[in-house]
Design a protein around this ligand. Structure first.
Ligand code: GUN
Length: 292
């Protein structure tokens, strides 16, 4: 069994990006600039955004964080988005999700100029990805593909089960896994809450990508010997022995599943660090105007 070390791969990539930024600055270009909008004080979102700002520092990027209280109006967010869209100093920006219920996430996402949408959530980027055109690919699916690439996991012709059909992970990673390029070229089955025979279908999979947000969902009896398991789950479960009061739990019963696998990602330290790294890569591509 090979443990896929997402933390190490992400650190390697951030070093590669930092070296490229050094060269850009030496050639007289300005540093890539990522801006982020954070609404409210959700613990998970606070951590993600803090980690994104830290990753910008590691990569030599400029970063800007704009914070709003929970009661911000949709119009105030739209005004800030319009300002970032028009600002030539901002290469890319993100609005951290989820947003409070009185704000339409879809309206917010569609207000972002797709050429600065380094999260890859805008329908133009989603559509271009699904037909294989250059675009910003959303960070978690891109991170998963990069891990499969760096560990040479065979995907061509493989039976790949994707658990979960979210717009952020399930749907885009299913699309990438069946793209006509490697890693990809897989035979993809997407399973969700209305699916039948989930255990049986998982047991036939060469690759399982679990993105349900259901701790320990994938058990040993659902895994074929020699399968590759990618665990995207990051559910906060209470843990009194931790200073933070919680620990992150994946969607896979790691201890019992790992011994059966060819490759497996841990939680934390698997897909999570890769997600932020993909965001940095997209920001670099935006600064270099390599996609649009
Ligand atoms: N919330 C959970 N994941 C993400 C992400 O990748 N980007 C943004 N903007 N919000 C998120």
């Amino acid at each position: 069994m090979t443990l896929i070390d997402g933390k190490k791969v992400a650190d390697d990539i951030k070093r590669e990006i930092a070296a490229e930024v050094d060269n850009m600055v030496a050639a007289g270009m300005r540093r890539p600039h990522l801006a982020a909008i954070l609404v409210g004080h959700d613990g998970g979102s606070e951590t993600y955004v803090a980690n994104k700002v830290k990753a910008c520092e590691m990569c030599g990027f400029k970063s800007t964080l704009i914070r709003y209280e929970e009661d911000v109006t949709e119009q105030e967010l739209l005004d800030t988005i319009a300002r970032f869209n028009a600002d030539p100093d901002v290469d890319g920006f993100i609005v951290q999700l989820p947003l409070p219920r009185h704000i339409s996430e879809q309206r917010i996402i569609e207000a972002i100029d797709y050429r600065k949408d380094v999260d890859g959530f805008h329908p133009v980027n989603v559509g271009r990805m699904s037909i294989g055109l250059p675009c910003f690919v959303s960070a978690t699916p891109a991170g998963i593909i990069e891990l499969l690439r760096r560990y040479n996991v065979p995907t061509r012709g493989a039976n790949c089960v994707v658990l979960g059909r979210s717009n952020i992970v399930g749907k885009p990673v299913a699309s990438l896994m069946m793209q006509k390029a490697d890693p990809g070229n897989a035979t993809v089955t997407v399973l969700h809450s209305a699916s039948r025979d989930i255990k049986e279908k998982c047991a036939e999979a060469d690759i399982i990508i679990a993105a349900l947000g259901s701790p320990g969902f994938v058990t040993e009896d659902m895994v074929k010997p020699g399968a590759t398991i990618i665990d995207v789950g990051t559910t906060r479960v209470p843990d009194a022995s931790r200073k933070s009061g919680f620990r992150l739990s994946g969607d896979v019963d790691f201890d019992n599943v790992a011994p059966k696998c060819a490759f497996i990602t841990p939680v934390p330290g698997g897909v999570g660090p890769m997600t932020i790294c993909s965001l940095m890569k997209n920001t670099l591509l935006a600064a270099k105007k390599e996609i649009y």
